[in-house]
Ligand binder design. Structure first.
Ligand code: DP6
Length: 407
């Protein structure tokens, strides 16, 4: 029996992936670029064990057993990694130095997120990245991280970007077989340590359109989407890569906000339209624009971005985080225990949340830009930073017992 446990991070795109040219292979209609967020705050953890004694492949997701054969995307990831392992085994055999035939053993997979799925945070990227990375470690695949990302892409598009830390591009590629559609690291996490993120978990009772269904509806019906794919994103990708390499927050922030806004614009241009933002999301957008517009030197101080849901992710240099946390704390009051609402993991603020909320030096800041929102509109604030890619954990971190069943 062989067992491996790994964690993989969440990534939040600043140039959005939206639209597939091949829904089976998961090939996108445009390239995208994301920032990998710290696994200390959010991660998916996966243990996989392979044993010839096992009866069949089994999977437990967040404590519940699921039928692995019904999940086509996961099945594709297993097929691809097993095929590479099988080729390694055949080669080793031919060379007279046989290795364990792990590719023929059934596996047990146990996976969980360290954040509640109810928080509405995208878990497919970190979850599928953790699965494929753990398989690559279990099978000791001698392939590059970009190759591993090419396999993870077939589990969920955005998952391919969670194979690297730091700043990551998913190059869309051109080939029909998808062999040139994978993630590459633009810069490691150490490149721009000053950049941090604040995730505002926005309460939302209803379940929206899934990204998988939503993006194909956009492709079919939005005319604006052609403009985005053909004439806008290619230049934005170049601009964003340069902004990251130059650590140019001004360009990074403007491109990030414009691309988030355009992604939600093509959702509105989809017929029938798709709405992911709600009133709370829009209030955060207005607040960040006021904060930026009244900055004393005219420079942008924060950037928001939204995926297929109402949660805001605010990127900002570390020095602005205390002000931003106080602002959000004031306009989006909570009735939770302070530490439950905002854990303050990096000691960004010293006083009480929301008390001293007026940004320093912002003489023209209009306090009435938005009214103070109903209590609980934002349910949690998560302060996080740019960090590393998947991690291999020690055996005692395993989610499976000796008998191969969940702990
Ligand atoms: C809005 O990766 O969840 O978060 O490939 O169908 O699994 P599938 O979609 P998914 O889409 C994510 C879309 C997005 C933007 C992004 O992360 O780039």
């Amino acid at each position: 029996m062989k067992t491996v446990t790994c964690t993989a991070p969440v990534n939040i795109a600043v140039i959005k992936y939206w639209g597939k040219r091949d829904t089976e292979l998961i090939l996108p209609t445009n390239s995208s670029l994301s920032v990998t967020l710290s696994q200390d705050i959010l991660h998916s953890k996966t243990t996989i064990s392979a044993a010839k004694e096992y009866d069949h492949d089994r999977l437990w997701l967040n404590g519940i057993e699921e039928d692995i054969t019904k999940n086509k995307r996961m099945h594709n990831c297993f097929r691809e990694t097993r095929a590479i392992r099988q080729a390694m085994e055949a080669k080793a055999e031919a060379e007279g130095k046989p290795i364990e035939p792990l590719s023929t053993y059934p596996v047990h997979v146990c996976s969980e997120n360290n954040f509640p799925t109810a928080a509405g945070l995208a878990s497919s990227a970190s979850g599928l990245a953790a699965l494929v990375y753990t398989l690559s470690q279990l099978f000791e695949l001698t392939i590059s991280t970009s190759e591993v990302s090419r396999i993870a892409r077939q589990g969920s598009g955005s998952a391919c970007r969670s194979l690297f830390g730091g700043f990551v591009a998913w190059e869309m590629g051109e080939k029909e077989d998808g062999s040139d559609s994978y993630a590459v690291q633009i810069a490691p996490e150490t490149h721009w340590p000053d950049l941090q993120a604040l995730i505002c978990v926005v309460s939302d009772a209803k379940k929206g359109t899934s990204s998988t269904a939503g993006m194909q509806s956009t492709i079919k019906t939005s005319l604006l989407m052609n403009e985005r794919i053909n004439n806008i994103v290619p230049a934005r990708m170049e601009g964003m890569k340069k902004a990251v390499l130059d650590k140019d927050f001004q360009s990074f922030a403007e491109l990030t906000m414009r691309d988030s806004n355009q992604f939600h614009a093509v959702c509105l241009d989809t017929y029938p339209p798709i709405f992911y933002l709600n009133d709370t999301s829009r209030a955060i957008i207005q607040l960040i624009h006021e904060y930026n517009a009244t900055s004393p030197d005219g420079k942008l101080k924060a950037a928001y971005t939204y995926d297929a849901g109402p949660n805001a992710v605010i990127y900002a240099p570390k020095e602005n985080m205390a002000e931003i946390i106080q602002l959000i704390g004031h306009y989006f009051p909570s009735n939770k225990e302070p530490a439950e609402f905002f854990a303050n993991p990096y000691n960004a603020i010293s006083g009480k949340l929301g008390e001293d909320f007026l940004p320093k030096d912002h003489a023209k800041f209009n306090q009435n830009v938005i009214p103070v929102q109903p209590v609980g509109s934002v349910s949690r604030l998560l302060h996080t930073k740019v960090d590393d890619g998947p991690r291999v954990l020690s055996q005692d971190e395993s989610l499976l017992k000796e008998d191969g069943l969940p702990k």
